[in-house]
Design a binder for this molecule. Structure first.
Ligand code: FES
Length: 76
């Protein structure tokens, strides 16, 4: 089993948790902060969160089939 890498020490948020929230549809660093509370304490980890968001976005551009789309197909 892969070890969990802690990104945010203040709120005990791991890189795996941040990636999970990005896969679930979070689009920005602010989204990650709102859903996980990562980066909302001392803010020392915000740059690493931003890097994870940017890296995830670039991965999605290269592999768009991995994108999870939660839009309502009926347009509601
Ligand atoms: S280490 Fe993330 S807010 Fe302090």
């Amino acid at each position: 089993m892969r070890a969990q890498r802690l990104v945010c020490l203040c709120n005990q948020v791991t890189a795996q948790e941040i990636l999970a929230i990005l896969k679930a549809g979070a689009l920005t660093t602010a989204d990650v902060q709102a859903f996980t509370m990562a980066g909302t304490g001392c803010t020392r980890c915000v740059r690493e969160i931003e890097a994870l968001v940017l890296n995830f976005k670039s991965t999605q551009k290269k592999n768009p089939q991995l994108r999870i789309d939660f839009e309502d197909p009926k347009g509601k």
